[in-house]
Write a protein that binds this ligand. Structure first.
Ligand code: 5RP
Length: 226
């Protein structure tokens, strides 16, 4: 199986965990795309009744087109389960997200969810975090000065660009990726980034996930994190 087939495997496996009459946070990315496709099929074929809370405009568009009822995070009183992808997960179930520039909305939905599930192909599992660059969503105003402050701290920041333009998040902010190589103390780093003016949110998702589904050649592996 190639990486894309492993993503499809975990997306379709996760869709089976969604129960009738629940509110489901819908993550963002190429793995979640398979999840949303599978949920769309369950809605059409089984009459599954769910409300989806999307974490990006992309996911909202896909879900709506498949007939899944969508509500804004501020229009639901709770979220039962959020299912999302991840860019890297370490052995303590700490994660990096934001490769798709959606981590601000993803974190808002995650922290307002009763349970969180991540779905990944096996290449995302690592002993430690940091070989995947850590995304920051930052306010455009003053972002070049912020980049210098991050450089001075030795965090190896780079603006995320596409075709010579800043990549914009759904909230119209910029993204800075930190190329740190390895992150020895994720909680300390998170605390430092939380304290820096101009950073709206970082992609460290710590102590958040309950269940991880990992796609392997021989089938999905279900890991209970906490
Ligand atoms: C988007 C994310 C995604 O969940 C993460 O990048 C994984 O994406 P993919 O499933 O395409 O590998 O955090 O901001």
């Amino acid at each position: 199986m190639n990486q894309d087939e492993l993503k499809q495997l975990v997306g379709e496996t996760a869709a089976k965990y969604v129960e009738n009459n629940t509110v489901v946070g819908l993550g963002t990315g190429s793995t979640v795309k398979y999840l949303v496709d599978a949920l769309g099929r369950r809605v059409a074929d089984e009459g599954l009744s769910i409300v989806g809370v999307p974490t990006s405009d992309r996911t909202a568009d896909q879900a709506r087109a498949l007939g899944i009822t969508i509500k804004d995070v501020d229009d639901v009183d709770h979220i039962d389960l959020t299912i999302d992808g991840a860019d890297q997960i370490d052995k303590n179930f700490q994660g990096i997200k934001g490769g798709g520039a959606a981590h601000l909305w993803e974190k808002i939905v995650a922290i307002n969810s009763d349970k969180n599930m991540w779905i990944v192909d096996e290449s995302k599992m690592a002993d430690e975090l940091g070989s995947f660059p850590l995304p920051l969503e930052v306010i455009p105003y003053g972002s070049t000065q912020l980049l210098k402050r991050l450089e001075a701290k030795g965090y190896h920041p780079e603006f995320r660009m596409k075709d010579g333009q800043h990549v914009l998040t759904d909230s119209k902010n910029y993204v800075i990726d930190l190329h740190m190589g390895h992150i020895d103390h994720p909680h300390e780093l998170a605390k430092d980034l939380d304290s820096m003016t101009g950073i709206v949110e970082h992609g460290l998702f710590l102590d958040l996930v309950n269940t991880v589904i990992v796609g392997h050649e021989d089938g999905p592996e279900i890991l209970e994190a906490r």
